[in-house]
Design a protein around this ligand. Sequence first.
Ligand code: GSH
Length: 206
Amino acid sequence: VYTLYHSPVSGNSYKVLLLLEQLEAPYEVIEVDILGGAARTENFARLNAKRRVPVLITAEGHLLTESNAILWYLARGSGFLPRDEFQQAQALEWMFFEQNHLESSLGLPRLWDTLLGQGREKAAAIAERRAAGVVFLKILEEHLAAHAFLVAERYTIADICLYAYTHNCHEGGFDLAPFPAIRAWLARVASQPRHVPMPPARPAPR
Ligand SMILES: N[C@@H](CCC(=O)N[C@@H](CS)C(=O)NCC(=O)O)C(=O)O
């Protein structure tokens, strides 16, 4: 049985939960109230010095952080990771793009503006992330206009990874209307067997 330290507002946590569900793997969840600061405590730092979720504990008691490393570990030997080594590298290519570019531009306006209600204090940073995010959405749109899925023409952990912060980017003020290929791909991902939705962001009281 896996143990997942998880937050329902965290897209990085959601990736792992979604794959565990789709693998039909046995797991238990320990919920961490990250908006209340529960990941920043000394107690939590003893578990993960980076003070972040997700954290996965394997049945053998090994601990793994970094959502995309966890996806990779869990997907080995399953249909969610391509067998072909070049396609594996292509999956990583998208997953690094997600961590370097997509997560921080699509995800942070949702966190700052909607979840934390810091839209006024962080207005300049949010505008900057939104502008950057549109550039990255265009890159994704161009690829998905020619491919049903990100890699290998089928659903893999690369799709799970990029879905996490793309499907809810409207909660951070993005408009996906100009991106029909992304919208069609989001629907394809959401219709995969054993898909579980991520709870919508509850706006912070202003
Ligand atoms: N690169 C890490 C990022 C993890 C991360 O940023 N986690 C956020 C939630 S999505 C977190 O735990 N934040 C807690 C905090 O800021 O106090 C991953 O992919 O797992």
